[in-house]
Design a protein around this ligand. Structure first.
Ligand SMILES: N[C@@H](CCC(=O)N[C@@H](CS)C(=O)NCC(=O)O)C(=O)O
Length: 215
């Protein structure tokens, strides 16, 4: 099977980081092709190079032996179905439903965090920026999700649901945003962020994160 994952710049493309981690965690071999995001058409799904591989003109997009999958969550679900031994979702049905709900909440929400704290892996602010109440409310919700899950599952491992799952991959870019913008979190939420930052595959992605002047 030949897999090619089209991704955006590693310093900025939060959507690309998610399935890239999932595929690495599942032990799937894949080629990666970078599509630079600082090109005409960015923001409108009109980068020509992206449109040539993805019907939305957005990345990530996976080509799995000719099958195109152009959404981060759809790629993660494909990996979970194709590589069941990797246990990308929790084995327990109730836990799995919750992990899916938490992942979907990330996939479709947190618009204010996305707007005000865009991913820039290498960035480090000295102090947190002033943020509007709606962004603070989303940060409080993130802390609640992370610390709540850690309180329940810490006996089973250091990840959100104990064992590493797709939920961790979906929140990994948000952990980097909290670090970049010096956002204060509770102790157990911070510890989960450290688990992400110490992950071998996350570090491999981070090594490839190159800031682009003016972005
Ligand atoms: N819902 C999509 C979102 C993908 C997305 O917005 N990707 C950004 C890069 S992080 C992109 O390709 N932007 C190009 C553009 O907006 O023109 C997913 O989950 O994969």
């Amino acid at each position: 099977m030949t897999n090619t994952l089209y991704i955006g710049d590693k310093n900025y493309s939060s959507w690309s980081l998610r399935p890239w981690l999932v595929l690495r965690w599942a032990g799937v071999s894949f080629d990666e092709r970078l599509i630079r995001l600082d090109q005409p058409g960015y923001g409108a799904g009109k980068i020509a190079e992206a449109l040539a591989v993805s019907p939305t003109g957005r990345v990530p997009c996976l080509d799995a032996d000719g099958l195109r999958i152009w959404d981060s969550l759809a790629i993660a679900e494909w990996a979970a179905e194709t590589y069941p031994a990797a246990q990308l979702w929790p084995a327990d049905k109730a836990k799995r439903a919750e992990a899916r709900a938490v992942t979907a909440e990330m996939h479709s929400g947190f618009q204010n965090v996305r707007r005000d704290l865009s991913m820039n892996i290498r960035r480090r602010l000295e102090r947190a920026p002033d943020l509007p109440p709606e962004t603070h409310a989303e940060i409080a919700r993130l802390d609640q999700i992370w610390s709540g899950l850690r309180a329940r599952f810490s006996g089973e491992g250091p990840w959100l649901f104990g064992a590493r799952s797709i939920a961790d991959a979906f929140y990994a870019p948000v952990a980097t945003r909290m670090r970049s913008y010096k956002v204060a979190l509770g102790a157990s939420a911070s510890r989960w962020c450290e688990t992400i930052f110490a992950d071998r595959d996350f570090r491999a992605w981070e090594e490839g994160a190159i800031p682009i002047a003016g972005m």
